[in-house]
Design a protein around this ligand. Sequence first.
Ligand code: HEM
Length: 470
Amino acid sequence: MFTTIQNGSMMLNIVENTPNKGILRALDLFNRETLVVTSPKGIKDLLQNNAYDFEKSPFVKKLLKLVLGDGLVVVEGAEHKEVLADGKPKMQRKALLPAFSFRHVKELYPLFWSKSNEMVDLIKQDLRQQTSDGTIEISDWATRVALDLIGIAGFGVDFRSLTNPETPLNVAYKNALQPGKSSRFILVLALLISSKLVRVLPTKKGKELREGSVFIRKYIRGMLDARSSEKADVDGDEDHHKDIISVATKYGNFTTESLIDQAQTFLGAGHDTSSANLTWAIYVCSQPEYKHVQDRLRSEIRSQLPSPASGTEITAEMLDKLPYLEAVCKEVTRLYPAVPLIRRYCVRDSFVDGVAVRKGTSLMVPTWALHRSKELWGETAKDFNPERWLEGEKAANGGMEGLAYLTFAYGARQCIGKSFATAEFKALLAALVGSFEIEAVDDPKIKIEWGVVAKIRGGYRVRLKTLDAW
Ligand code: HEM
């Protein structure tokens, strides 16, 4: 097969229409091979059993580094996993895990809820303005709230991009992450020819990417400097900072530069994906055919969660006991996984599902396509059907221990922010659906922007009707 694989739905066609035993072989424009891994056993070998034989390709790494810095997403091998002889993690994943443990994320639920409600209040204000036609563009709100949340949870700093969309950090990320024709061009160049080109490219997008990256690092450095002088004032107060960076500093021996890289990673990886999730959820809820989903969700939320107007704090126990909310969130992230493809590059000869893989081979797990595969999800694979989750994950996908649901990847490099992102998503969706009736404005036949994150091209507008507080 001969193709440049950039695109989740293209992969769906390929996977569905090419008989395969778990591995497909595709060739790109330059006759280079990509192995497309489709079997659960192959995925387990690639992402878990032999995970350190497969890294991100040098091209993909350089591109990701521009936006995410040299943090956990791009480090490889020993640096990613190694632990020092005294048991203290040398770097990266082990050192960062405590900050993302459920024990820590649990404490963030009240924050997720209060920010969600701040967003709802600001949207209501916006709708009350004379100039408002009752519509909002959801991906913009979603990006801003996710950025503010990772700012507070990550650093204890509220960037206030919800109240001020022009906050410099929001603008820098918008320029760096917002897909457009030229960023597609840059991505294709980087994947096919050389990522070095990206750094010198005289295009507007190339310049925005570089300038955005420099600005973001400078901003983070300033934040960390301010924190260290503040820390000097409150030294000895163990509980003063409970944010991700503080926990990471406590468990890892990061240099200042490495801490900046980690912070850049959390900011970038933690808000673009979350924004995509919420946008896809609102897209689904707004479709007339899923009005029953929206209604059932609202009734669960309004009967089981305290009204935002009551000022009652929400705990993990309260938000996590809503089965329909959980099912809708899972189903949105199954049918519209924010990261549509997982790419790897073989760094030493290895095996995947019994097949020998040579050093230098590119591989991919087509998450978007596999999540719509009848083999894994049954006859209704392509339908949006939250009910499938109500009897648990086993019933939904035949009990494949996470090998069918790959939204947060799997194994050694599974998303470290999974619990964080899941709780945040539930709080945001609950606050919106509890407070508004949501109706589509834009054509349901949306176009998808296939970047590292799959988004609706041009954003998505909905009409909101404010409901009485409950
Ligand atoms: C909607 C939410 C999210 C989705 C769908 C998502 C998805 C993913 C996926 C698929 C990977 C694996 C990428 C690969 O190995 O090729 C990943 C890794 C990662 N994610 Fe997330 N993510 C989300 C939210 C977050 C959040 C909120 C954070 C941090 C605050 C985060 C931080 C990371 C980091 C640091 C890695 C690298 C882990 C490693 O390689 O050890 N993500 N994510």
